[in-house]
Design a protein around this ligand. Structure first.
Ligand SMILES: Cc1ncc(COP(=O)(O)O)c(C=O)c1O
Length: 448
């Protein structure tokens, strides 16, 4: 297709969004419930709040319609307001959502989810990913009797809790003693792991890592890495928050035939509903149980809303849909189609040295560089501004979902082409001539 022939919208009315932006920061610190959704993550010409979504589309407070690309920070794997999931949720809602004893749906989910996760015998539910990763870290400390946690320095995020956030630039409010208990290594690098174990002998409780993030993982990597951890008395936590239901079904644990001691799950597993989980080997997970008579008990995740029934129902319906439809194949083919289209555009406009795709067909990222070939947030913001004005809510990432069609991606590619033309002009004349307002800011920064 020719990207020049499609007529795209030119969205300029963000007046209700401006009013929302003006009001919200007096009500909610940060204006949102994850910093990733904040105003400082978007150009001025962008929706400040969404009224509703359907399939792969969203509508903002000004009534503007957008194709969604990041899909609820990658949590919406099937589509917004996806009817087969809603149907199951509605049924569950009518039965009540919270009781003073567990709901029967908890057992159904536990058996079903564990049947998918090779090598793991027990599961604990959570409402947020951060809670699941923190629970895994706590269990690892209790099980090993060690304090130190290791995580890759080149991965962005594992939890808002102190053990993680204290190891980033956002360490304000985290005691120094806590910060010192998290140490860093280079992801996917056996030498870096080896050095870590040499530096902290018999001290590291666990390694927590996403199974695949930026690099292609070498065959057999996890056998070697997890084996090395075990030889050093350290547990391995595989954080499948983003990879779960994306790289494979249920995730990279199966793709790599990996044998981590625990795994953490969230985002795409319940199509955006608040259902997350920690899975693990029985001997470790039992530390959070109440059957080890006379033994110390770990106060594992314990929250009033942890067993909320309709979110669990959403998870079950999501699994049904994944198992009865070729969701992964569809999502991966959407990612491949986008990658192919973008690379053609970049070649046609000779922009390959300035805009580069990263990641995989299940989550396609993008690096934006300035005229000096340095990654640049001003240019990233400009590109986002141009895409958003053309009806694509874009943060530089496509997280393909089942509701994305090839026609949607054609639309996205047309917008990409036009935005890249503006980008090219900006490289010659300077972004200042094109960007309205301030550039986006890193989420993990010390100062506002
Ligand atoms: C890899 C990873 N782990 C954990 C989390 C935390 O999940 P949540 O935002 O649900 O607390 C995130 C969130 O972005 C994540 O990307």
């Amino acid at each position: 297709m020719s990207y020049q022939t499609v007529t795209l919208p030119h969205i300029t009315n963000f007046s209700a969004s401006d009013a929302y932006r003006n009001a919200i920061h007096d009500l909610i610190p940060g204006g949102a419930h994850t910093y990733s959704k904040g105003d400082d993550q978007f150009p001025v010409y962008a929706p400040a709040a969404i009224t509703h979504g359907k399939g792969a589309y969203l509508w903002d407070v000004d009534g503007n319609k957008f194709l969604d690309t990041l899909m609820g920070l990658t949590s919406v794997s099937l589509g917004h307001a996806f009817e087969p999931v809603l149907e199951r949720v509605r049924e569950e809602l009518l039965k009540g959502v919270n009781f003073s004893r567990p709901s029967v749906i908890e057992r159904e989910m536990a058996e079903r989810f564990l049947s998918l996760v090779p090598g793991h015998d027990m599961i604990k539910f959570a409402k947020n990913g951060s809670v699941a990763t923190t629970a895994a870290v706590k269990l690892a400390r209790a099980y090993t009797g060690r304090k130190i946690v290791a995580r890759p320095y080149d991965h962005p995020f594992y939890s808002y809790d102190d053990w993680f956030i204290g190891s980033t630039d956002c360490d304000f409010g985290v005691p120094k003693e806590t910060q010192e208990m998290t140490v860093l290594y280079k992801a996917d690098d056996l030498n870096s792991l080896q050095e870590l174990f040499a530096k902290y002998p018999n001290k590291i409780a666990c390694i927590i890592s996403e199974p695949e993030k930026f690099n292609v993982i070498e065959e057999g990597f996890y056998d070697k890495a997890i084996d090395m951890a075990h030889q050093n008395g350290t547990l391995w936590i595989m954080d499948e928050m983003i990879t779960g239901f994306k790289t494979d079904y249920p995730g990279s644990i199966k793709k790599f035939n990996a044998k981590p001691d625990m795994a953490t799950w969230g985002k795409g597993i319940a199509n955006g509903f608040s259902f997350c989980a920690l899975t693990g080997k029985k001997e470790i997970m039992e530390y959070g149980g109440i059957r080890r008579k006379g033994e110390k008990k770990v106060f594992l995740v314990s929250t009033t809303h942890g067993g909320e029934t309709h979110a669990i129902a959403a998870g079950l319906a999501t699994m049904d849909f994944f198992e009865n439809n070729k969701v992964l194949e569809h999502n991966h083919s959407i990612g491949d189609y986008y990658i192919e289209g973008v690379n053609k555009i970049l070649a046609e406009l000779a922009l390959q040295d300035y805009i580069q795709l990263t990641g995989f067909n299940w989550a396609v990222g993008m690096v934006t560089k300035n005229a000096e070939h340095q990654p640049c947030l001003h240019y990233r913001t400009l590109f986002m501004q141009e895409m958003i004005q053309r009806g694509i809510l874009f943060q530089g990432i496509l997280s393909p979902c089942f509701s994305h069609s090839k026609q949607d991606i054609d639309l996205m590619l047309s917008a990409f082409y036009e935005s890249a033309v503006v980008y090219k002009q900006a490289l010659e004349k300077g972004y200042e001539a094109y960007l309205v307002g301030e550039e986006i800011k890193p989420v993990f920064r010390k100062y506002n």
